[in-house]
Design a protein around this ligand. Structure first.
Ligand code: GDP
Length: 529
């Protein structure tokens, strides 16, 4: 008879929980769709795409989504492949880029960084990469769109190193590009994966090594010579594959392919499953908790309001970190010290919500939230520990907010508090002027959502005045007195936990103040404060 721990151990080993980070248009939707197809989660190509385009028509998300035709939510897609349970955390991009996008990464065990080979490393990728680096999560890179002319592969690797500061290890190497694209050389298996056309299964041809004369026949003399040179260079000057360095987030395995042509995606998925980390122990205020031996625990990384406006419900998304989850179980809500029953858990398959009976470390479940949960809350079956608090990330947009109708003051403050707890926006108070409230957002759309929800849910109409700041840096209170800075351009505020934060209008003033105060640490997140 299997013990509970054996069961958890077996199930946990099947979990791969990751997020795809990329700049808009790099091909994330396309890649996700292809991955889902391998798992048999969707039958027709185009389903994810369709979801993207029609979402506002078929779902009952909040009004603002309908108006804008975009999604404010990030979903979790789950599918089974090779007996593994794959959980893909969707990280919203485009205009719906928000702090949620960052926070979602705290629920992932690894990340797939998708790069458009023609564009290289782009701004949104850099921001998301920084968050991954902060947590030291393993990063796997997929260089996409090889079916089109792009940058030289070696230049792309150089960008990874120079812009992101991460060393790379190509697992396969492209032969040609665009109309000349012939496929990739698989360095692990020493074989050619020949590109035979869009959505055609690549032809896999085993060779003795890259010098095999058979490759000349297959690729032509010129292409084979170039391939030999490239591989030789990688063998001599490149980093060898090192599992420990990958796990520590210091080395990224790189795969080349084309999502739209479904080329290189299957090989990528197979190798990713072999190499990607399983859900591991997580840090709490009482030390690390082992996923197998610790009874059920997890933390709230996202709260989604108004999944169904008819019911005014909120769903708290919980990342399971340890033990076995069972529907209806009573758990300890550590922050409030209360017991709570997890009675309507939902899991998110490709398109639908389904009630979940059991779940294991690595899984994400959505719990109906009557308004008791906050971002970062820990739930546990036994014990009284708290997972690391989710940090606040530097907003890039700031606005002062005032309520239009002073009679609605109470509703305004209630809404402000709840929306801040939910993580919809960040709320700051100008130091010494407690009535002056400044909102911070990572994405512009957060303000619109905030304004809309305050009115729709709390009946408070507000006015926002944009402020000219772009960066926030957390600083210790003890550093404040001696801080040298220009008061006419920077603003000192306090966050909801009374930590001091300085707002800067541009990179120049940020650099100026940092240089003038070399002894002060300016934290880009509230992490560790
Ligand atoms: P997202 O914004 O990252 O989700 O990107 P999409 O998946 O929507 O793709 C953006 C555009 O790039 C679409 O027009 C896709 O058809 C196209 N695309 C995606 N992958 C590839 C690829 O491998 N090759 C080429 N040529 N185009 C691609």
């Amino acid at each position: 008879m299997q013990t509970l721990q054996e069961e958890v151990s077996i199930e946990m080993r099947k979990r791969r929980t990751f997020a795809i980070i990329s700049h808009p248009d790099a091909g994330k939707t396309t890649l996700t769709e292809k991955l889902l197809l391998f798992g048999g989660a969707i039958r027709e190509a185009g389903s994810v795409k369709g979801r993207k385009a029609n979402r506002h028509a078929t779902s009952d998300w909040m009004e603002i989504e309908k108006q804008r035709g975009i999604s404010v939510t990030s979903t979790v897609l789950q599918f089974t492949y090779r007996d593994c349970h794959i959980n893909i955390l969707d990280t919203p991009g485009h205009e719906d880029f928000s702090e949620d996008t960052y926070r979602t990464l705290t629920a992932a065990d690894s990340v797939v960084m998708l790069i458009d080979a023609a564009k290289g490393v782009e701004p949104q990728t850099i921001k998301l990469f920084e968050v991954c680096r902060m947590r030291g999560i393993p990063i796997f890179t997929f260089m996409n769109k090889l079916d089109r002319q792009g940058k030289e592969p070696l230049d792309l690797l150089e960008e990874l190193e120079n812009i992101l500061g991460i060393r790379s290890c190509p697992m396969n190497w492209p032969i040609g590009m665009g109309s000349d694209f012939k496929g990739v050389f698989n360095r692990q298996e020493q074989c050619l994966e020949r590109y035979v056309g869009r959505n055609e299964k690549p032809e896999k041809i085993a060779v003795s090594d890259v010098e095999d004369a058979h490759l000349t026949e297959l690729l032509g003399e010129q292409a084979h010579e170039k391939l030999q040179e490239d591989i030789l260079l990688l063998d001599i000057a490149g980093d060898p594959f090192d599992f420990d360095r990958v796990r520590a987030g210091q080395l990224t395995p790189v795969f080349f392919g084309s999502a739209i042509a479904n080329f290189g995606v299957e090989t990528f998925l197979n190798q990713f499953i072999d190499l990607a980390p399983l859900p591991g122990p997580r840090q709490t205020d009482q030390g690390q908790m082992d996923p197998v031996t610790t009874p059920f625990s997890g933390f709230v990384f996202k709260i989604q309001a108004n999944m169904n406006p008819a019911h005014r419900d909120r769903v708290a998304f919980i990342r399971i970190c340890t033990g076995k989850f069972e529907r209806g179980m009573n758990v300890h809500h550590v922050r409030t010290g209360k017991k709570t029953s997890l009675s309507q858990p939902q899991q998110f398959f490709a398109q639908d919500r389904a009630i979940v009976e059991t779940a294991y470390p690595g899984d994400i479940i959505g719990i109906f939230d009557p308004g008791t949960f906050q971002i970062g809350d820990t739930l546990c079956e036994k014990g009284n520990f708290q997972f690391e608090k989710l940090p606040l990330f530097s907003p890039e947009h700031f606005a002062r907010v005032t309520v239009k109708d002073t009679m609605k003051h109470k509703q305004f403050h209630k809404g402000l508090e709840q929306l801040a707890q939910e993580g919809a926006v960040q709320v700051f108070r100008i130091a010494n002027r407690t009535e002056d409230i400044v909102l911070g957002a990572v994405g512009q759309l957060q303000f619109e959502v905030f304004e809309h929800r305050l009115q729709a849910e709390y009946g408070a109409k507000v006015e926002l005045y944009r402020l000219p700041y772009q960066f926030a840096r957390w600083i210790a209170e003890s550093d404040l007195a001696s801080l040298y800075y220009d008061r006419s351009s920077c603003l000192t505020v306090k966050d909801l936990h009374d930590r001091y934060v300085m707002l800067f209008p541009d990179e120049y003033s940020l650099r100026f103040v940092t240089d003038k105060n070399p002894e002060v640490v300016f934290h880009p997140t509230s992490y560790g404060l």
